[in-house]
Design a protein around this ligand. Structure first.
Ligand code: AMP
Length: 115
């Protein structure tokens, strides 16, 4: 599986940096965002290093589909039953700070800090 030794999310996948893990399987890792915008704010990431959505191809479609498809169950399991928001920041104008594809899934009662 591809990894970038300088990538903070690859280090989380490798267990070199701790995270508050919510879910893990062969392909995906889910953990709480360290600076949440909402009462519940998790990040779904692929374990393999993919820098941005610009780097995804048809080959990644099942992986990206799994990320999207697991969001409702994750939110229900975390007690979010009144709606949530999914955001995938991509590239510089998309305000992507961490260069490893990730899906923000945010929910919980408003007001939120942002988003
Ligand atoms: P983005 O702007 O879409 O690249 O978002 C990156 C997100 O990663 C931000 O919401 C950060 O708070 C979050 N983040 C950065 N480092 C960590 C970390 N070590 N553990 C959990 N979340 C992190």
């Amino acid at each position: 599986m591809s990894a970038d030794p300088n990538c903070i999310f690859c280090k989380i996948v490798a267990g070199q940096i701790p995270c508050r893990k919510v879910h893990e399987d062969d392909e995906l890792l889910v953990f709480h965002d360290i600076a949440p915008w909402a009462p519940v704010h998790v990040l779904i990431i692929p374990k393999q290093h993919v820098t941005t959505m610009y780097d995804t191809t048809d080959e990644h479609a099942p992986l990206m589909g799994r990320m999207m498809a697991m969001a409702p169950k994750l939110m229900r399991d975390l007690g979010v039953t009144n709606g949530f928001r999914i955001v995938v920041n991509t590239g510089r104008d998309g305000m992507q700070e961490v260069q490893h594809v990730h899906m923000h899934v945010m929910g919980g009662p408003r007001p939120w800090i942002k988003g």
